[in-house]
Design a protein around this ligand. Structure first.
Ligand code: E4P
Length: 215
């Protein structure tokens, strides 16, 4: 079954989604944490307390040695922490070392199947292709997912495809149809997935008719 992660650092959104019983994990990045206006450590502590699943926390260094140190620190915080490393050649060096130590790495800022191949070969547990940002610049993001799912399937690689930069519910359906392992969605996309106007209309009619039933 496709796993659903929430792409947010907003605790209220995470708490609400978790209460629906549909939340498998959380992805964060510096932009999402900055949006909360809260201290990074407080945000992380709250997320770790709320969700028992993979929680991606991103390193902010750009040199392999520093990324490795930062990654080790992050991984020590909790067993659920997945270290998010940027898809650069320095990032690949860090992925190699951290994954050999048994630390799960999510490779972020992936925009091509070739980048995904290299990240998986270096030992990443997840690759995160950013489909919305590709769509935004006129390149079909879902095509990259199609290629990566096919390639990983050809070789039975133990690296999961985590579809990121999701903009709307159709992205989720297409990714699941392709057999992507995980889709990380903003909370507004999750809400749209849950709703349908015909559900609202149908519910209203049931409730109105219930008033007409003699009691
Ligand atoms: C998730 O891991 C990414 O950080 C996120 O999906 C990026 O999404 P954006 O393109 O909406 O910023």
């Amino acid at each position: 079954m496709v796993q659903i992660f929430l792409d947010t650092a907003n605790i209220d959104e995470i708490r609400e989604a978790a209460s629906w019983g549909v939340l498998d994990g959380v992805t964060t990045n510096p932009t999402l944490v900055a949006k909360t206006g809260r201290k990074w450590a407080d945000v992380v502590q709250d997320i770790l307390a709320l969700v028992d699943g993979p929680i991606s926390l991103e390193v902010t260094s750009t040199q392999a040695d520093e990324m490795i140190k930062e990654g080790r620190k992050l991984a020590k915080l909790h067993k659920n922490v997945v270290v998010k490393i940027q898809m650069t050649t320095e990032g690949l060096k860090a992925i190699k070392v951290l994954s050999k130590e048994g630390i799960r790495v999510n490779t972020t800022l992936v925009f091509s199947a070739n980048q995904a191949i290299l990240a998986a070969k270096a030992g990443a547990k997840y690759v995160s292709p950013f489909i919305g940002r590709l769509d935004d610049q006129g390149q079909e993001g879902m095509q990259v997912i199609r290629e990566i799912v096919t390639i990983f399937g050809n070789y039975d690689w133990d690296c999961e495809v985590l579809v990121a930069s999701v903009r709307h519910p159709l992205h989720v359906i297409e990714a699941a149809k392709l057999g992507a392992d995980i889709v990380t969605v903003p909370f507004d996309v999750l809400k749209k997935m849950a709703g349908h106007t015909l559900t609202d209309v149908g519910l209203k009619r049931f409730l109105d008719d219930w008033q007409k039933v003699p009691k």
